[in-house]
Design a protein around this ligand. Structure first.
Ligand SMILES: Cc1cc2nc3c(=O)[nH]c(=O)nc-3n(C[C@H](O)[C@H](O)[C@H](O)COP(=O)(O)OP(=O)(O)OC[C@H]3O[C@@H](n4cnc5c(N)ncnc54)[C@H](O)[C@@H]3O)c2cc1C
Length: 424
């Protein structure tokens, strides 16, 4: 069976629905099809709060059908193949759908298998991850039941959605253990593929103080390769010197280490650490059906959709646009970024449709709301150049109660009532 749409949107998540709703508000006569396999729509940013015990997991999921814009067509199917030279896609059901313009937004893929043993132990053996709906509540269960010992929080070396999520939950866990009076019995380690705690120096300064306050030991440039639930071990690869490794594994003098002695040309060493609790974040890449398609950026090891980072138009197929977590735009992958990307895609797609040049531009804006303890949050906003782009007329590098309220109350409301409906 064949179908045709003027505009075909792949993925009805945060990005796809925002674009569909905004397009129809500008031009209600457009014929828009949205291919989305899931009957459930998730508000993923609240999963950190679920893992910290202050948000009901059931409030993070709603029926997709209630958010598909009126006057658009929902195709409940999954794309398996892009054929941009013929302006068509193939679906899992065997259906072939053609288009005049294509918007690609199926999110990012969680590569659980890239960490040996992780999938098998998730939700068991005190190993959890806020990156899945099923396991965010487990994180809270394990944090609550923790009586002290070694807690490891991991962050992969690939780009991920919400780069802050791996450490946000760590600060909240430490604050909870502090309130419970057991933080002194906890050795908390952050094993991260990143080179530092945060890419924007102004916000990183604040976080270094938080790391010190909770005596968190950091292992940067460290790539987690295996998590064994039975032996309770995390294995990672690093090029740090022996002395730095020894220092970072010492539980006697727990404090915040920055691994200045990391040497990229050094031999890779394998380090194994025992844990009593582990919050893990999987490596991530473009969904496989994008990686193997002509839309993929062949220079990207993650197979993202290749776009112009300003106009969000595909570099080789001018009737194709992409936004959200699936693209090679070198921004931080968040819903906040999509809020700024969606109007650019909408404006440029409408221009191209009227045979004009795409003139709207995206500056790489992204935001990461980082809770530093219960009741306080730093709203880090920045652009492609990692320069702060603060919205509020005060220093946002300082954690505040008002920003905590923004994250826990206002943003979820804004998402369901405004962003998905194309009015914010
Ligand atoms: C734990 C966690 C915390 C986060 N915290 C924040 C935060 O504080 N602030 C923030 O701004 N962002 C945060 N994010 C990131 C944010 O949720 C994502 O950046 C955002 O959801 C990306 O939107 P998207 O539309 O690109 O992808 P998604 O919203 O993931 O949607 C992709 C859609 O595509 C569909 N799809 C998949 N495969 C196919 C296919 N083959 N064919 C058709 N459709 C397909 C999926 O079913 C899905 O509905 C967080 C994410 C996580 C996991």
């Amino acid at each position: 069976m064949k179908e045709h749409f003027q505009i075909l949107i792949i993925g009805g998540g945060n990005a796809g629905l925002s674009v569909a709703a905004q397009l129809l508000r500008k031009k209600s006569s457009l014929s828009i099809g949205i291919i989305e396999p899931s009957e459930r729509h998730y508000y993923q940013p609240a999963w950190t709060l679920v893992g910290a015990g202050i948000y009901d997991i059931h409030k993070t999921v709603r029926q997709e059908k209630n958010y598909i814009p009126k006057n658009s067509t929902w195709i409940i199917d999954a794309v398996t193949e892009f054929i941009p030279s013929e302006n068509k896609v193939l679906c899992k059901s065997g259906k072939e759908i053609s288009y005049e313009y294509l918007v690609v937004s199926p999110g990012i893929q969680l590569d659980w298998d890239k960490i040996k043993g992780l999938k098998e132990t998730l939700g068991k053996n005190n190993v959890s991850s806020n990156y899945l709906y099923e396991f965010a509540p487990k994180t809270w269960e394990f944090i609550q039941n923790f009586k002290g010992g070694t807690a490891i929080f991991t962050n992969p070396s690939t780009p991920i959605k919400c780069g802050g999520a791996p450490h946000k939950i760590m600060y909240l866990a430490c604050d909870y253990w502090k309130t419970k009076g057991i933080l002194d019995k906890c050795d908390v380690h952050y094993v991260s593929g990143g080179a530092g705690i945060f890419g924007v120096p102004e916000y990183a300064e604040t976080l270094v103080e938080v790391l010190k306050k909770f005596k968190i030991i950091t292992h940067f440039n460290s790539n987690v390769t295996a998590i064994n639930g039975d032996t309770k071990t995390v294995e990672y690869e690093t090029k740090a010197t022996d002395e730095t490794i020894k220092q970072s594994l010492s539980t006697l003098d727990a404090s915040c280490y920055s691994i200045a002695t990391h040497d990229a040309s050094a031999e890779t060493k394998r380090v194994s650490m025992q844990f009593d609790l582990c919050h893990a974040v999987p490596p991530q890449s473009a969904p496989d059906f994008i990686k193997k398609s002509p839309l993929a950026d062949t220079n990207s090891p993650y197979g993202y959709v290749e776009i112009n980072k300003y106009t969000l138009q595909h570099s080789r197929f001018p009737n194709v646009f992409a936004l959200g977590d699936c693209t090679n735009a070198p921004c931080s992958k968040t819903g906040a970024a999509i809020r700024k990307q969606a109007p650019v895609v909408v404006a440029n797609l409408l221009s191209v449709l009227e045979h004009q040049k795409p003139a709207a531009t995206y500056d790489g804006y992204s935001a990461c709301p980082i809770p530093t303890q219960y009741g306080k949050l730093m709203l880090a906003e920045f652009d492609y150049d990692n320069k702060p782009k603060m919205t509020f007329p005060f220093d946002q590098a300082k954690p505040r109660w008002t920003m905590w309220k923004l994250k826990t109350k206002i943003l979820p409301w804004l998402y369901w009532n405004k962003i998905l409906k194309g009015t914010a």
